[in-house]
Design a binder for this molecule. Sequence first.
Ligand code: C2O
Ligand code: CU
Length: 481
Amino acid sequence: MLTRRQLVSGAGAVCLFGSATRAPRGRALGPEVAPVAGKIVAVELIAAERPTALACFGGAALPLWTFAEGAWPPLIRLELGDRLEATLKNQLPRADETTSIHWHGIRLPNDQDGVPYLVQRPVWPGESFRYAFAPPDAGTFFFHTHCNTVEQLGRGLEGILIIDGDVTEPYDADIVLLLRDWRIEPGTAEFASFATLRGAGRAGTYGPLRSVNGADNPRISLPASSDCRLRIINSDPTRIMRIGVEGADAVIAAIDGVAIPLMTLTTWAMGPGMRMDLVLRSPPPGGVASLVDSSAESHIELARLVGLGAPRQARAFDPAPLRAGRIPAPDLANATRIGFRLQSSAAGAAIAATETALGVAVAAICLSSRSFWSINGQSWPDRDHPRLPPPLAVLQRGRSYVFELWNDTDFSHPIHIHGHSLTFLSSDQRNLPAHHADTILLTPGERAEVAFIANNPGDWMFHCHVIEHQENGMMGYLRII
Ligand code: C2O
Ligand code: CU
């Protein structure tokens, strides 16, 4: 079995931040399937404060804000073709704490997209709102609040959304791993402030407590020597992870819910909001492999993957690919090009330059401006949404567009588009394979090109998914008419 180090050198990877090689015997993707009308899945999501003792909290119960009683995170599972009817009730404990649900990555009608003021009234405490849509794509998604996101998501207001229907041959296991930190100071049982001035102007404020499904480095049991699907979701408000597996062979099967031809995993950079589906040959009985984040200087083991029971697969690892996704191919020859420059404002640059966390000069800047970040020189005028700026661009419905994304800053930005999936074309810094993504990571100084057909009318958010960047200016929307 190859170690990660061997794979990296074998691939001749020069990439700083994510690389992968084509699997030697890549099998073609399965044929795509279109949804046919299925059942109605009705759920009630009650946003409320629920003291919860997640395993990673070491015995303490913290005042999480969650969408449901019981296990965290909640999971909604549909078959492709099913219609979700989700009633959101706001029972959050503050009189002015509005909320909403954004169904991240789903290509749904604009009025179901959950962005307050832009497409719906925010849901006030005591009120409810009913979302109803039939997701057009199978895959791994998640949902989260789109109001006061840094705090509400920081407190846990999110869930997993799986749409089944993309499998060509059943895997031996299908497991969701939701990765995120918690802003809890070690040794206390209280949340620290969810945003800091210093973090907001830099890479964001990290949570000291890391978790996988709410546990610190959990043992995840897998049927031994079998082909297991791992659905990895980075829902952290801030942290970019460089995900790899040590001690087991793994291939990437999908990025942001959309299948790709199987590719050997070396590491893959996952910014907030990004998903990756792996197929992994689990360890033999009693064997242990590791899910690691190698973006820090030392590797961090996020979870231990343990083989249990009798070995299932005798043949060599040659996993089945997923079915092809249904994202329409943009017409590159006739596409309109639009440039988007991600920049820091003068206030943001000053924050980034200072090494003192809360010096007087910094505090003065903070009072004068909360716009540390911008897209094409426009900063969202307010931390939340009530004052709508003009759209960043107006796009013609049905037309193909190539977006040139320029990261003019010294920090990374995972840029997320609502309601669409982008076709990745190229980067001047990273040699990434062809794939689709609703969240595109741009490393410092990177320039990337993506394309898509503007086929879904409405006003669609286009923002950095480092929530402190989003809430401090790096947010806008595209109008498709
Ligand atoms: Cu998951 Cu507007 O974001
Ligand atoms: Cu950002």
